[in-house]
Design a protein around this ligand. Structure first.
Ligand code: FAD
Length: 461
């Protein structure tokens, strides 16, 4: 059997044994059948059972609850949505964009509320978020982000900071300014996902682990197919497998699996923290195309995440991609570049996992009453809070509730499929390399690569 604690620091320190729950053994019927034991599936189950405790809800998970991104992420529970406020406005109109941004802010508090109510000790800490301009070239991105909040009438949700003001919060090299957004928390992802599963079980939900769904069918009695039989659903089937959904033939091109990787330091000393500051525990990022995100853990470590594992032909997902040595080495160098006072610090954990990227970057929470198939997916690395919102949207859609939630832009939509191979592989590999070249050129004072506009067009969101 796999040692699931080796998949992330969060699973290792989830505070409970990771012994798998019983597998699915024989065909049966429930009201709602859910594929996937991550946040999406669990939040959906949680809100369905809260609305109607008599519903029979069962979930099928290939490994254990939290095996996917939900047990491995960077711990940002953020109002940040995968599509920028400016692009949301452009695609869906100002009012819809504004409603979604406000719903995301409220979602951060909703996650805290459930943790409190259900006694989930997920180390929730609402310290806000600091987006840093590391290098003068990143300042225009901060300005543009601030302007898009302002255009939505959400000026109070973002504040531009000078380099000096940013340094009062955290001392990082080469910072030229920052954007502070208050609606952001950090948390322990493993404790959240495992605690949520227990909360769902206490409400009567049943979770089967170590059972792979090999296919699914919609219709008057939709069903999940497994080697041990079928789980039929009278009301709805929920597909909540995020990046791993691409392994199912029918959803192979619905998402692109993109890897996010993390390196974690040992706990810092009091002296090191007093040099760095970061007393409020903000979630921190810069504005690199290759993404970097930092979290201060409850036990005083620095978690640093970035992207870089090359996309594999055919959207392959393998354990080996979790540990891409060149990317983990680059992350370790970055920690010292950001915080030179940490030279010599030990890194205790390295891991990673796939996020699900839709063709238009826009997450989906939809339910088709004809096929009775529901799905929540496509968070592109911004799913810790967004899954909660998606779970509430799905619960309302499945229950036929005409709430404000079901009018949000992520509800009842569908992203286009990705291109077929080899086009997908060619475009993705090109974009991955181009983004790294753009970042490195800017950081080393070289002129922008000539193909930067093309790469930016491909990554537009
Ligand atoms: C390294 C990393 C860092 C991240 N950092 C952040 C962050 O800081 N903030 C943020 O907001 N987001 C972050 N994300 C993204 C976030 O974690 C995800 O968006 C979110 O967890 C998605 O939840 P989910 O339930 O939809 O999918 P998952 O957590 O991936 O769960 C899907 C589950 O479905 C199961 N499954 C899939 N297919 C099948 C099948 N056929 N049969 C049975 N079971 C199946 C899988 O085993 C898995 O457990 C990060 C992701 C990664 C990988």
């Amino acid at each position: 059997m796999k040692d699931y604690s080796t998949y992330s620091f969060w699973l290792e320190t989830a505070g409970e044994l990771l012994t798998p729950r019983p597998s699915f053994m024989r065909s049966t019927e429930v009201d709602v059948a859910i594929l996937g034991g991550g946040y999406s599936g669990l939040w959906t189950a949680y809100y369905l059972l809260r609305a109607n405790p008599r519903l029979r809800v069962a979930m099928v998970e290939k490994e254990i609850v939290g095996f996917g991104a939900s047990g491995r992420n960077g711990g940002w529970c953020s109002s940040k949505f995968p599509v920028t406020p400016g692009m949301l406005s452009h695609r869906f109109g100002r009012e819809a964009a504004r409603s979604l941004m406000l719903a995301m802010c409220a979602t951060v508090d909703e996650v805290a509320r459930v943790c409190e109510e259900k006694g989930i000790d997920a180390h929730f800490r609402k310290g806000g978020m600091l987006s840093l301009a590391r290098g003068a070239h990143q300042l225009p991105m901060l300005r543009a982000a601030f302007d898009s909040y302002e255009a939505l009438g959400l000026k109070d949700h973002a504040r531009l900071l000078s380099a000096e003001e940013a340094a009062e919060r955290v001392r990082v090299t080469n910072v030229h300014g920052a954007l502070f957004t208050p609606h952001n928390a950090s948390l322990h992802p493993g404790r959240l996902v495992r605690g949520l599963a227990r909360a769902v079980e206490r409400r009567g939900g049943v979770i089967y682990e170590q059972t792979e769904v090999t296919s699914f069918e919609g219709g008057s009695t939709p069903r999940l197919l497994t080697p041990a039989g079928e789980l039929r659903a009278k009301v709805a089937l929920v597909l909540a497998g995020e990046a791993y959904l691409t392994r199912l033939k029918k959803l192979h091109r619905a998402l692109m699996p993109v890897y996010s990787l993390i390196a974690l330091t040992e706990p810092l000393s009091g002296e090191q923290w007093s040099q760095i500051g970061w007393q409020n525990g903000e979630s921190i990022s810069s504005n690199r195309y290759t993404v970097d995100y930092l979290t201060k853990t409850a036990d005083g470590r620095i978690l640093f995440g970035s992207r870089g594992t090359p996309y594999l032909f055919g959207s392959k997902i393998t354990d080996e991609q979790d540990r891409h040595a060149p990317t983990h080495a680059r992350i370790q160098r970055a920690v010292i570049e950001w915080f030179p006072m940490l030279a010599g610090i030990k890194f205790t954990h390295f891991w990673g996992g796939p996020v699900g990227m839709p063709r238009d970057w826009m997450p989906t929470a939809s339910f088709d009453p004809e096929t009775r198939i529901a799905t929540a997916r496509g968070y592109t690395g911004q799913g810790v809070s967004t899954t909660n919102l998606a779970g509430r949207v799905l619960a309302d859609l499945i229950m036929g509730k005409n709430s404000e939630l079901v009018t949000l832009p992520l509800a009842q939509r569908r992203s286009p499929n990705w291109e077929r191979e080899p086009l997908r592989w060619l475009a993705m590999r090109y974009a991955q390399k181009a983004f790294l070249r753009i970042d490195e050129a800017a950081e080393n004072g070289r002129s922008r690569p000539l193909d930067a506009p093309l790469a930016e067009f491909l990554g537009k969101r």
